[in-house]
Design a protein around this ligand. Structure first.
Ligand code: BGC
Length: 748
């Protein structure tokens, strides 16, 4: 350690590092809370009049669903009992409430019948749509199109706000480099920049420009922080990462959400380097409030405050409550630890009442900012008008088809040509209405979903025979249906095989120890392949999967994620060529589970993989991924040339300006995601071999080309050094677009 520090100091003598503020693309007009002196005065007045118990009521959130079917696992409180709690000021927020009639009744108890007439803030998990379900967020990220993600979030806001939701527990902005983790489905994948762009887009879409508008819901960036790095990919598990990695990889999407004006954050279940995230003053206060100037509030995750007892960080729930509020968690979700235990902690002098007041101030600010004190009610006539409209379904179809990633298309098997007169649509997911909804599908209903089979039938029309056989289940070892599937294949010109993961194989508490195809699905694929008929696989999946046999043998593979209600239509659009696929992987697909963690922005090691024996590789598998981050084919071909850079020497406050010609050399119009990566060759900390620093989606008609330009502030190319300073260091860099590369130098 000592020698290392000496070396580092020596290095500093030779080079000067530019210490800068970490860079994010802030929006100047992002909403801010707590800037209105008149409102601050009203908050002061309320705080001055409330008792400690009443204050803690406001910091308490509890489950409020009226019916048991919203979440059968959680016991409901009867309506009258709930109204009583609200009137008595024992609760400031509910989650799980739906419908204007019910939420207005609850709100009336708060706003008209409680002592201080403080409205409730009602939250729900509106993750990828409310009733109009969109692709899972990992699919949304595969569009690499923040505008589409913003549009999807806006539709979700319109629908959920109309049924009495003020607040969504989304976006989940956890970077994840371990696809065993089931919640990888809910995030934007492995990369901090892509994740940051998606985070900001979702916040803009949910909140809009006017937080008081009837189609705005407050967003909640979760799970703060590093929840996506659990050991072994096991949900809720220990996170032990360097502070550099915390700052350079896991924090940036939260910073982007804060800069986009997000109203709330949720503190995570996991510990970070020994301190549970829900008790971590460093992340919750030092970083979030002192450095980023976040002025909304933080809610705990479900029970994460009292879980600090099981972590071994708090001796009992009272200790946990004291630690959480002191660290910076303002509202307790569902464990009642604030309401039950903080009165004693304040009386004992363990927690100063000013800490409670500050938490209350932050919660009230958000309630004021979103207009609840002016009108907390929901217009009951809205619900019927805005839910699952054809316009909303159209947006869902557009997002879904833009999210699909074509991994393989040997011999241009796709799109399906006019010569194909019969199609066998096979597989356990081909005719499923439930699975395409994916995890956290809100109030989405299977009956709303267009299956792959129906989508294909509709598009194929009367002239094409469509046969269907299930073949096997997603899981289990029953092979008895395979013979029927083989028969259907043998009678058809083309097989579309729809396999992957069911909706309940990803999401919270649904980590997998193996990310290979479950059950006997591979066997089904092998038998179909053996018929000699061309097979196109459509994968419905909640995570990256390891598909080595498919990748080598099946000529066409389309990753469709869990695409939501427009599943079948969107897939048919792509299979038949009405839409040219343009999605790119937001996360690496490994060859085998054992390669995890495997991601593009990795470091080089002292012995980069080569053929010789003692280099960094495996003896039983190539070290490279099956499909890297950023990968995805099109029905056309894009070629890149004339990479140029405006200035080879750049100052730390300058701008990296590069440009490239991208040509559509094929016969179809298409969209390409142009990606710019850099490598900082020598640093006082080692730097990734390739780091994404910019991307653009460009539509290019067949036969045409476009000059694509990037302007990247040099200050965004920095990193946190050993002393936790964000630095941009002088030195040589490489940059890459597709297979072209160049160099530049950052100078003092
Ligand atoms: C999840 C959160 C979610 C919350 C409320 C928790 O179990 O981790 O993501 O927002 O429940 O439903």
């Amino acid at each position: 350690m000592h020698a290392r520090r000496c070396n580092r100091i020596g290095w500093y003598v030779a080079f000067v590092a530019f210490v800068a503020v970490p860079w994010t693309a802030a929006r100047a007009e992002a909403p801010r809370f707590g800037r209105d002196p008149a409102i601050e005065k009203r908050i002061d007045d309320l705080i001055g009049r409330m008792t400690l118990e009443e204050k803690l009521g406001q910091l308490t959130q509890q489950w409020g669903a009226e019916t048991q079917d919203v979440n059968p696992v959680v016991t409901r409180t009867k309506r009258d009992d709930m109204l009583g709690l609200i009137r008595a000021g024992k609760v400031g927020s509910l989650l799980g409430t739906h419908g204007a009639e019910y939420t207005n009744a609850l709100q009336k108890a708060a706003f008209e019948e409680s002592k201080y007439k403080i409205p409730l803030i009602l939250g729900n998990d509106v993750i990828h749509g409310y009733r109009t379900i969109f692709p899972i967020p990992l699919g949304g990220a595969a569009t690499w199109d923040p505008k589409l993600v913003e549009q999807a979030a806006h539709v979700a806001a319109v629908e959920s706000a109309a049924t009495g939701t003020h607040w969504t527990f989304a976006p989940m902005v956890d970077v994840c480099r371990d696809p065993r983790w089931g919640r990888v489905a809910e995030g934007a994948g492995e990369d901090p920049l892509l994740g940051s762009e998606m985070a900001a887009a979702a916040v803009r879409g949910f909140q809009g420009d006017d937080l008081t508008a009837p189609d705005s819901v407050v967003a909640c960036a979760k799970h703060y922080v590093a929840y996506g790095a659990p050991e072994g990919g096991r949900d809720y598990n220990t996170v032990d990462i360097s502070l550099q990695t915390l700052h350079d990889v896991y924090l940036p999407p939260f910073r982007a959400a804060v800069d986009a004006g997000v109203g709330t954050l949720m503190s995570a279940f996991n510990e970070i380097n020994g301190v549970p995230a829900s008790g971590c003053r460093y992340t919750l206060t030092t970083v979030l409030r002192d450095q980023w100037h976040f002025d909304g509030f933080v809610v705990s995750d479900w029970g994460s405050v009292i879980e600090m007892v099981a972590h071994g960080y708090a001796s009992d729930p009272a200790d946990a409550a004291a630690k959480a509020i002191t660290a910076g968690v303002d509202m307790d979700m569902s464990s009642f630890s604030y309401r039950d235990h903080l009165p004693r902690a304040v009386a004992d002098g363990r927690v100063p009442e000013s800490v409670v007041d500050e938490a209350l101030r932050r919660v009230l600010r958000v309630k004021f900012a979103i207009g609840l004190f002016d009108d907390p009610y929901t217009d009951p006539s809205l619900e019927k008008k805005v839910i699952l409209t054809p316009e909303h379904r159209q947006v869902a179809r557009e997002v879904a088809r833009s999210s699909f990633v074509l991994l393989r298309n040997e011999g241009d098997l796709l799109p399906i040509g006019e010569d194909v007169k019969s199609i066998a649509v096979i597989g356990p997911l081909a005719d499923s209405q439930k699975d395409p909804l994916g995890t956290w599908a809100g109030v989405g209903k299977a009956e709303d979903v267009v299956t792959v089979l129906d989508g294909i039938k509709q598009r194929a029309g009367a002239g094409v025979t469509v046969r269907h056989a299930r073949g096997c289940d997603v899981r289990g070892d029953d092979t008895s249906g395979i013979a029927e599937a083989v028969e259907a294949a043998e009678q058809s010109d083309l097989v579309v095989l729809v396999i992957g993961e069911s909706d309940d194989m990803s999401g919270e508490g649904h980590s997998r120890a193996s990310i290979e195809l479950p059950g006997v699905q591979r066997q089904l694929a092998q038998k179909l392949h053996a018929t000699g008929k061309p097979v196109a696989v459509v994968l419905l999946n909640g995570r990256p999967m390891a598909l080595p046999w498919l990748a080598e043998n099946i000529p066409a593979i389309l990753v469709a994620w869990h695409p939501g209600v427009e599943c079948g239509n969107a897939i048919a659009d792509v299979l038949f060529g009405d839409f040219n696929p343009c999605g790119k992987l937001p996360i690496t697909f490994p060859r085998a589970t054992g390669q995890i963690p495997i991601y593009t922005a990795h470091k080089n090691t002292g012995r980069p993989p080569r053929d010789d024996r003692y280099t960094s590789k495996y003896i039983d598998l190539p070290w490279t991924p099956q499909y890297p981050f950023g990968y995805g084919l099109s029905y056309t071909q894009f070629t890149y040339r004339n990479l140029s850079i405006k200035a080879q020497e750049l100052k730390a406050d300058g701008t990296l300006e590069v440009a490239v010609d991208v040509a559509n050399a094929g016969k179809r119009d298409g969209a390409e995601i142009v990606q710019l990566y850099v490598r900082d060759l020598v640093g006082s900390s080692t730097r990734p071999v390739r780091q994404l620093v910019g991307f653009q989606k460009v539509q290019i008609p067949a036969g045409q080309d476009r000059r694509v330009k990037f302007s990247v502030p040099v200050r965004s190319l920095g990193f946190h050094n050993w002393d936790m300073q964000y630095v941009v260091e002088p030195g040589d860099f490489q940059f890459f677009i597709a297979d072209l590369e160049g160099t530049f130098r950052v100078v003092e």
